[in-house]
Design a binder for this molecule. Structure first.
Ligand SMILES: *[C@@H]1O[C@H](CO)[C@@H](O)[C@H](O)[C@H]1NC(C)=O
Ligand SMILES: *[C@@H]1O[C@H](CO)[C@@H](O)[C@H](O)[C@H]1NC(C)=O
Length: 443
């Protein structure tokens, strides 16, 4: 892909140049964005929760294969637990970083849930291992999302259930957070029974129709990196280099849109520094390679090593399809029409294969992209209330009236406007408290 590599060298050149300018010309960020937004770009998940006056806890989880993960919790002891799992190169922050008026994590907390936000191996919060050092042991970086589904999710689910005393939780996954759920429940089907409902946001299993000029570029880059290399660890690089001038913002956004699908209306431009401050959050090259294999093979299957290694691991020369028919947990899917990574055709194919789809929801706005139901300006109003109603219904075992579908039930019972108003009132109260507290401190 000569075209793509040309773009790549352009980007590298630009980043290099901007490093030079950075020394002399700081100030664009400070001059154009509110101080509180710049602060949010630098805070971690727990610091964000503290700043906005929400309770926050960190919980350490050790997996069967000895990785040590850190979960973040907005605790509401005694309340029903929900587990939220982020996508590739993302972290627990994704559920709250757009602020209390926007984040799904805050929304669920305000609606009375005990909110647990996972961090999968390799991201900035989950870099521990009983024996290996992520910095010096190459073998730490040997996983794809297969291992995340096999070990990280079961360990996180078991931790949440053990700490809360509940038998089941509701699961929210975004993007890779859905892939890993499908890996888990097809490979370790006993985990189906621990889940009231799987809420799949921008689901990714089949990748045949993935769009994006960067895919070819990624493939070439990954060939050079190999299977064991950390890809873009979390740092201030994106923030420092993208927020240098209007031109660098535009260049960075050009690439962001090429990955997630362009939708300028839903992204709050004031919050750009926060996005660049939190993403990328770190991942292994093999996670990308595994996705690229799916795109080429037109399958949803385990990692393709080589014939000999496949024989040793799988007992056959080729990788094994994930047994989607074993996913008996109720699954609700929410997807968009301008999503480069989770294409409508691929989602529809997945829906046909899943045995227990209870909600199939494609958002009507043709511009919505891969991130809009998580970060979008309208997500609180147009996406989250339905998710809440679907969850409530399936926590209670689904529609009791045999003739009614989830959709009919939701359409009869939900008043989106009310749900949103209640949460906004709660956030306002928290904000008033915060202002009182600040006044108190400054006095
Ligand atoms: C965008 O973000 C800023 C800063 O957090 C916030 O004040 C503003 O209300 C947001 N705009 C919208 C449309 O949500
Ligand atoms: C069951 O649902 C159907 C369709 O929504 C409705 O017509 C019927 O009245 C419901 N029956 C009961 C007992 O709620």
């Amino acid at each position: 892909m000569p075209h793509a590599s040309c773009h790549w060298s352009y980007l590298l050149g630009l980043l290099w140049l901007s490093q030079l300018w950075a020394a002399g010309g700081a100030g664009y960020l400070e001059d154009n964005y509110p101080a509180t937004v710049i602060e949010d770009a630098h805070l971690n998940t727990l610091q964000l929760l503290a700043k906005y006056k929400y309770p926050g806890e960190a919980h350490s989880v050790t997996t069967e294969d000895k990785y040590i993960l850190q979960m973040h919790r907005i605790p509401r002891p005694g309340a029903k637990p929900v587990l939220l799992v982020h996508g590739l190169q993302d972290s627990s922050a994704t559920w709250i970083m757009m602020g209390p008026y926007s984040g799904l994590g805050y929304f669920l907390y305000e609606k009375g849930y005990d909110v647990w936000m996972g961090n999968v191996r390799g991201n900035r919060y989950s870099r521990g291992h009983v024996k290996l050092n992520y910095n010096t042991d190459k073998s730490y970086w040997s996983f794809s999302w297969h291992e995340i589904g096999m070990y990280d999710l079961p360990a996180m689910i078991d931790t949440v259930l053990a700490k809360t005393g509940y038998q089941k939780l509701s699961y929210f996954g975004h993007s890779q957070g859905t892939t890993t759920f499908f890996v888990m429940t097809s490979s370790r089907p006993e985990y189906n029974a621990k889940v009231h409902i799987m809420q799949a946001l921008a689901p990714v299993a089949y990748m045949t129709h993935v769009k994006g000029p960067l895919v070819g570029l990624g493939r070439n880059l990954l060939k050079v990196l190999g299977e064991r290399a950390e890809v873009t660890p979390h740092s201030n690089l994106a923030l420092d280099n993208c927020m240098l001038s209007a031109a660098t913002v535009q260049t960075c956004m050009y690439y962001v849109w090429k990955i997630i699908g362009k939708d300028t209306a839903e992204l709050n431009k004031t919050m750009l520094p926060v996005m660049f401050g939190h993403v990328p959050a770190g991942a292994n090259s093999k996670q990308f390679l595994h996705y690229l294999q799916l795109q080429l093979s037109d399958r949803f299957c385990s990692y393709d090593y080589n014939a000999k290694e496949n024989q040793r691991i799988y007992g056959r020369a080729t990788p094994v399809d994930y047994a989607l028919e074993r996913i008996t947990a109720p699954v609700a899917l929410y997807y968009t029409q301008n999503d480069y990574l989770s294409a409508v055709e691929d989602v529809k194919r997945l829906i046909k294969r899943l045995p227990n789809v209870v909600e199939d929801h494609m958002y009507p706005n043709k511009k919505w992209n891969h991130m809009d139901m998580v970060w979008g300006i309208s997500a609180r109003r147009l996406a989250h209330p339905r998710m809440l109603e679907v969850m409530r219904l399936w926590e209670a075992g689904g529609p009791q009236n045999g003739t009614q579908s989830t959709r009919e039930y939701i359409e009869e019972t939900t008043s989106t406007a009310e749900t949103v108003q209640e949460v906004e009132d709660a956030v306002d109260d928290a904000e008033d408290e915060m202002q009182d507290a600040t006044k108190h401190e400054t006095r």
